[in-house]
Design a protein around this ligand. Structure first.
Ligand code: RRO
Length: 305
């Protein structure tokens, strides 16, 4: 019932839910746990760079009932770790998120990974200063990045693009033009909203790096995610993975209703119950589908036509 696929069947997912990059997917133990989780359809890694990175100083992540702020600073184990991680179950697609963060480093990483690796190109990290966070807002820079990166891939490579949030119709038109030119297998929309600010305990900014500014995720951003999925769906491009603000089955159902083919969960999987959220969301999503007489995931979008 929860089966779906990205790229017209090229990436089959037994379950339409999986983790957002950055959430429970940095270490060997975390990847192994994702691999074993029965309620996710893919394993997606933390965005990687050539060398391992420790990331920013702590506290760099904070959440409240409405969502989260982070300035993790691209902490990761380096691409060689992610390219050599092996699934013990061998059942789910394994997607390597690549941040670069420069286009040259992205190309190096891609050309060094195996030909049949699947990539999610992170062009939207909000926390690394100049670089990827605003790349997709500039049409020429976006094209140039994809031109170089796709040249470093095999012709048959499967890849998605992790987009930043867009706001205005012209931005969606412009991004769609670039996406249609390069035809990725999927887009993931969207990364955290850049440069938000949350106040934590003691009347101070909630996280330490960058004077407290960081990427906002979780329930705060669900309306933005819904709008971004709907705007891209309207423009009829490749498969869409919705990401941002999903913490229950109704949230996932709503993203599928506006045109997502699959749904990632980020902030809600950082909670103390961790990966348990996938079981909860999967069972609530099934219940929603039964209530609205949907037998398969693609029936959900039809309800909204
Ligand atoms: O590591 C981070 O600070 C980070 C990344 Br790479 C990203 O893409 N999105 C985000 O919210 N944080």
């Amino acid at each position: 019932m929860l089966t779906t696929s990205l790229g017209d069947g090229k990436i089959p997912l037994d379950v339409c839910l999986y983790n957002a990059s950055g959430v429970h997917c940095t270490t060997q133990e975390e990847l192994d746990q994702l691999d074993q989780c029965k309620y996710t359809g893919a394993v997606l890694t933390k965005s990687c760079t050539i060398e391992p990175r420790l990331g920013n100083d702590h506290p760099r992540y904070y959440d409240d009932v409405f969502g989260s702020i982070n300035s993790n600073g691209l902490c990761n184990e380096g691409y060689q770790f992610y390219s050599s991680w092996k699934s013990k179950q061998q059942k789910k697609p394994y997607i390597i998120s690549v941040a670069g963060p420069t286009v040259e480093d992205t190309c190096t990483i891609i050309s060094e990974c195996s030909n049949n690796a699947i990539f999610e190109l992170n062009m939207s990290c909000p926390n690394i200063g100049k670089g990827s966070g605003n790349l997709a807002y500039d049409k020429e820079a976006f094209q140039e990045y994809l031109r170089k990166v796709t040249e470093s891939m095999g012709n048959e490579s499967l890849y998605g693009i992790k987009l930043p949030p867009f706001w205005f119709p012209e931005q969606f038109d412009q991004a769609t033009e670039v996406i249609n030119e390069f035809r990725p297998t999927f887009v993931t929309t969207c990364n955290s909203i850049p440069n938000g600010l949350l106040i934590g305990d003691h009347n101070k900014v909630a996280i330490q790096p960058h004077d407290g500014f960081g990427g906002i995720g979780g329930r705060y951003i669900k309306p933005v995610t819904l709008a971004n999925v709907a705007q891209f769906k309207k423009r009829g491009l490749c498969s869409i993975v919705g990401c941002g603000g999903v913490s229950n089955g109704r949230d996932a159902f709503e993203l599928l209703l506006v045109g997502a083919d699959a749904v990632q969960i980020g902030t809600a999987a950082m909670s103390p119950t961790g990966l348990g959220v996938f079981k909860l969301v999967a069972s609530q999503l099934r219940r929603q589908m039964k209530a609205f007489k949907c037998e398969k995931i693609s029936d959900i979008y039809q309800l909204n036509k």
